[in-house]
Design a binder for this molecule. Structure first.
Ligand code: PRP
Length: 215
């Protein structure tokens, strides 16, 4: 066995967390392992120095970029976002929160995709949509939107949407029905690979403590 890796910098670990409702759930989970993030997101600040950790607040879809770029050592990202991102991150723990599903949806009158020659898809998840199209040998134009994709079929922009759904109420309110379930989603802890080597002890300790409190 070689020498144990040492933390050469001694700097606090940086944790990239997604803005929004999920913060309340994360505060509960991190609180259980003694990390108080209850103040995070309560004002307009984006960086919080919590002593042992620095927390940065980012758009959910940007978490992989911050962690892969080394600006954060650890992050919390949904499987939907990770699948869409072209980053190589260590994913040691499924936090089992923010559960939802990736689906394909359409208007009632629209035929099932299998019966279509060429169709259009509106989505925030173009890679996921492309994978679905290719796996099924469909021919489709994929239109990338930034949000409210349910509008696409209503105004004739697209035939189908590929999007996440949790309660189904947005689909229902807009007269759309789910026609395919692509995969289940939950939030995961992600770690920058070099950070993990440099700060193995501290990061592993956090992972172990969190893992004990999940399930
Ligand atoms: C997400 C998703 C759906 C909605 C689904 O959008 O894109 O629109 O939530 O949730 P539901 O099944 O519980 O109704 P989000 O709220 O993130 O807004 P956005 O579309 O502007 O990204």
């Amino acid at each position: 066995m070689g020498m144990k890796p040492r933390d050469p910098s001694g700097r606090p670990l940086t944790l990239a967390l997604p803005k929004g409702r999920i913060l309340e759930v994360l505060a509960e989970i991190f609180g259980r392992v003694g990390l108080d993030i209850s103040k995070v997101g309560k004002d307009r600040k984006l960086v919080y120095d919590l002593g042992r950790f620095v927390v940065i607040l980012v758009r959910a879809s940007d978490v992989p970029t911050y962690v892969a770029g080394g600006a954060a050592d650890i992050g919390v990202a949904g499987y939907d976002v990770l699948k869409e991102s072209d980053t190589d991150l260590f994913q040691p723990l499924d936090l089992q929160i923010a559960k939802c599903r990736m689906i394909v949806a359409k208007q009632e009158a629209t035929p099932l995709p299998a019966a279509r020659d060429h169709f259009r898809i509106a989505t925030k998840y173009p890679r996921t949509a492309k994978e679905w199209v290719e796996e099924n040998n469909y021919t489709a134009d994929i239109m990338k939107l930034s949000g409210s994709v349910e509008l696409g079929p209503l105004v004739g922009l697209a035939d189908y949407i590929v999007d996440i759904t949790e309660t189904g109420s947005t689909l229902k309110a807009n007269g759309l029905t789910e026609c395919e379930h692509l995969f289940d989603i939950s939030s995961r802890l992600v770690v920058n690979r070099s950070s993990w080597h440099l700060h193995k002890k501290e990061i592993n300790s956090l992972i172990t403590k969190l893992a004990r409190k999940i399930k």
